[in-house]
Design a protein around this ligand. Structure first.
Ligand code: APR
Ligand code: ZN
Length: 253
């Protein structure tokens, strides 16, 4: 495993890897969105460290915790709801447009890959999406606008008008299983690519963090782009140690 930590050398290495690859898959974590103003989860001063996540089974069983979860959701939307894509998102969008990147597997729920113009069919959201809600019983999609209006008026957690089921943001909480279809598509992408770029993830949350190794085992070159060490650095062919936006900037124009 080679570690490249000078920004100019990292850019040259990335350019050469992209040049010689034809089926690139990007795997993104919270680190690609920090320059957009969305804090990541495990950096020292992350606000997410202060809020213990509400487990899925608590969300289901405890209506007070469910109301708390919605209060947090709207409070965080007020802070982070209007963020724009960063240089990493724009670079990947350009690489998708030039047919170099054939898929993006993301752990992020911030919808920023879509906001940078990448079509949904190129994106696998392992941890869902926070831009809308769904009914946990019938699966109906519910928009956040009306939910927020009713919640601010009554303080009551939303229920599905069609079936009376519990409505939850379309994100995957701790204790909630990942969508089977997303796992399957991510597996197909990881096993079918020749270059797997793991960008801005601490690579500690499974099953998501299994995909870089799966890609490597199926013959892809594995590159980790991150500003700190990860448990998979030794599995990677190359580690680009530095700021994601700086490293990807030449592709973001
Ligand atoms: N440039 C390079 N690396 C960065 C940057 C940046 N600008 N900003 C942050 N990073 C790195 C951090 O050092 C960290 O190693 O990105 C990584 C982000 O790791 P996490 O905060 O753990 O985020 P992620 O890996 O996406 O978390 C996975 O955990 O809490 C759950 O569901 C949540 O999807 C999330 C999952
Ligand atoms: Zn329903």
């Amino acid at each position: 495993m080679e570690i490249v930590s000078r920004i100019d050398a990292a850019r040259i290495a990335l350019d050469a890897l992209i040049e010689r690859s034809t089926r690139i898959v990007a795997f993104t974590g919270a680190g690609i969105s920090t320059e957009c103003g969305v804090p990541d989860f495990r950096s020292k001063n992350s606000p997410w460290q202060r809020l213990k996540p509400i487990d899925f089974d608590i969300f289901i069983s405890d209506v007070l915790q469910r109301e708390e979860a919605w209060r947090r959701k709207f409070a965080l939307d007020d802070i982070y709801g209007h963020v724009q894509p960063g240089r990493g998102h724009w670079a990947l969008a350009n690489l998708v447009a030039s047919n170099k990147v054939v898929g993006i597997i993301t752990q992020n729920i911030d919808n920023l890959h879509q906001a940078s113009g990448v079509a949904a069919e190129h994106i696998v959201e392992l941890h869902g999406n926070g831009a809308y809600a769904t009914c946990l019983d019938c699966g109906k999609r519910h928009e956040l606008g009306p939910i927020r209006r009713d919640f601010m008026a009554t303080g009551a957690a939303p229920i599905c008008g069609d079936c009376g089921g519990i409505v939850k943001t379309a994100t995957i909480s701790f204790g909630q299983s990942l969508p089977e279809a997303a796992i399957q598509r991510a597996y197909e992408m990881a096993t079918g690519c020749d270059l797997f770029l793991a960008i801005g993830s601490s690579l500690v949350v499974y099953p998501a963090a299994a995909f870089p190794t799966i890609a490597r085992q199926h013959g892809a070159r594995l590159v980790i782009v991150n500003d700190e060490k990860t448990p998979l650095d030794d599995v990677a062919d190359i580690v680009l140690r530095g700021d994601i936006g700086d490293i990807f900037e030449p592709f973001a124009a």
